[in-house]
Ligand binder design. Sequence first.
Ligand code: FES
Length: 186
Amino acid sequence: METSHDPAAAASAAPQTPPPRRRFFEVVTYILGAIAATLVGVPLVGYVVWPRKRRVQWVSLGSIEQFPVDQTRLVEFDNPLRQPWDGIVAHTSVYVRQAGSQPDAEHRFMVLAVNCAHLGCPVEWFPESGLFMCPCHGGVYHADGERASGPPPRGLFHCLWRVKGGKLEVQAPHYPTLYDTLQQPV
Ligand code: FES
């Protein structure tokens, strides 16, 4: 009886198990891939879910006595809607004007976001001319926040406000856009 040994045939017939080192690198690759997917995916999911979960928070701007009638005041504060990585961006401002000509409490104050309605640059108030001007592209707004000229497609965004315990409070403003204004319920 004739017997023969073919090493190639024997190798192909044997079950293929990857060497331990290759298997190790496969597992490491899967783990690193999962970590990378989590790092990228969690912020994306948070971005989509966050607007629906945004909580209403009120920020005190101080006693109503500190806002003289018919004068526009810039009030700065740290936005409580901030994220830990926001840095200086979380430091925001609003323009406050108490209207002496408004008899009803509902329209007593006007609180305007500082962000230009064009691309969001902070506008500056010029009492001499009674205008808000944007340093970025020359947008101009009237004292009541309505658009006067330049590229902005609309007036300045109005913030929601209330008077509580003698203090003027503003609803913590998110960054306003044409599709997500400060006046929509949050
Ligand atoms: Fe204000 Fe462009 S950002 S005019």
